[in-house]
Design a protein around this ligand. Sequence first.
Ligand SMILES: NC(=O)c1ccc[n+]([C@@H]2O[C@H](COP(=O)([O-])OP(=O)(O)OC[C@H]3O[C@@H](n4cnc5c(N)ncnc54)[C@H](O)[C@@H]3O)[C@@H](O)[C@H]2O)c1
Length: 397
Amino acid sequence: MTSKPLSFFTQGDIKDSHRDIPTVGIGMLGYSFMGRAHTNALKKLGYTYWPPPANPQLISIAGRNGEAVREAAHRYGYQTATTDWRDVISDPAVQIFDNTGPNDQHVEPTIAAAQAGKHVICEKPLGRTADEAYEIWSAVSKTGVKGMTAFNYRFFPAIRLVKELLDDGTLGEVRHFRARYHQEWLVDPEAPTSWRLDKAIAGTGALGDLGAHVIDLARYLVDEPATVSANMATFTKERPGGHVDVDDAFDAVITFRSGALGTLEATRVAPGRKNHMRFEISTTKGTVIFDQERMNELELHLIDSTPAANAQGFRRVLVSEAYHPYWEHWWPHGHMIGWEDSFVHELGHFLSAIAEDKPVGPHGASLEDGYRCAEICDAIVRAAESGVRQEIIYRKL
Ligand SMILES: NC(=O)c1ccc[n+]([C@@H]2O[C@H](COP(=O)([O-])OP(=O)(O)OC[C@H]3O[C@@H](n4cnc5c(N)ncnc54)[C@H](O)[C@@H]3O)[C@@H](O)[C@H]2O)c1
């Protein structure tokens, strides 16, 4: 047997394989939490996906603070930094506008970018209200560019596996969807206020921040919510830095068009809870449980009519096999991936949709999905304020 020489991959081979990979220029709005998470993913994507659908080139980044955005450009590797997102949009080298700004910066920059011919991906919640999200969806859809709402939980391998188990009938018909998203960072009444506690910027509190994720998963995994009743509460109304006019927490009881029942909750005042996003789906054939803090696992119980069923309960399924969703890009089984990698899958999906001119849905969240989520958030606010169960009516273009 002859062994391959160490020089098997010559410089020439590498150049040739690169020649077939298109490049795509990235313009980013925001450099903090999500700006960093998206940039990290774009950098990883160029080599974990091989060949990547397109090679992201970090062109331009915008943020509010000039010194901080220049530092971010240097740190992340963007060619230019600016405090005006319009500079990003007018740069001909930018082909994708990635909006990770706060919620009040979603409408105008996203629409302007699409109208300038850039493909747009925008963080959730798409709008502070359903009206805003509808405005983005309708304006972008008239331009012909691709648009996506950045609901990254859809891109967790274990959640995508749940989707497969539901779609292929393994789990049968859904009866219950129970989801919660609990964090603790506002337990201390002396924790200072920030844009996330200001209705003018955020729209809502725990609802749009955390609840939007579980609402999107309810729609993605189960069906369209039809009616909702809800409670919302702001436990600490004055904090260092100002008055709080958004919710600390909400809970909602929903019905789905299919007849399934659901409960949704989110809070930022649950002591001990760091990033506790968990859902449990009970169906005609079993129950499946996902917990974000154990993101590479599912708990699964399938009804078994054999005698062995007497000894059966939930079993832990490690989602890391090469045949599991997204794992072809990663490591040997059991060598786990992290929260940050959901953004690699999300942006890889968006780049594929652009490169192959295919729809963002059903696995990626479209701008219509972002709008529908906002319509449900609005209905939850109306239900909590009125004390009356609300019907959820979705607009069309
Ligand atoms: N998908 C997720 O899991 C997830 C997690 C956290 C936040 N988010 C969403 O991402 C968005 C950003 O949240 P974050 O946590 O990154 O916020 P952040 O406060 O950490 O960062 C906001 C960024 O926007 C910039 N910015 C603020 N106002 C601006 C303005 N007027 N013009 C230009 N730039 C401006 C800031 O300079 C900063 O870089 C929000 O919509 C939030 O809901 C999503």
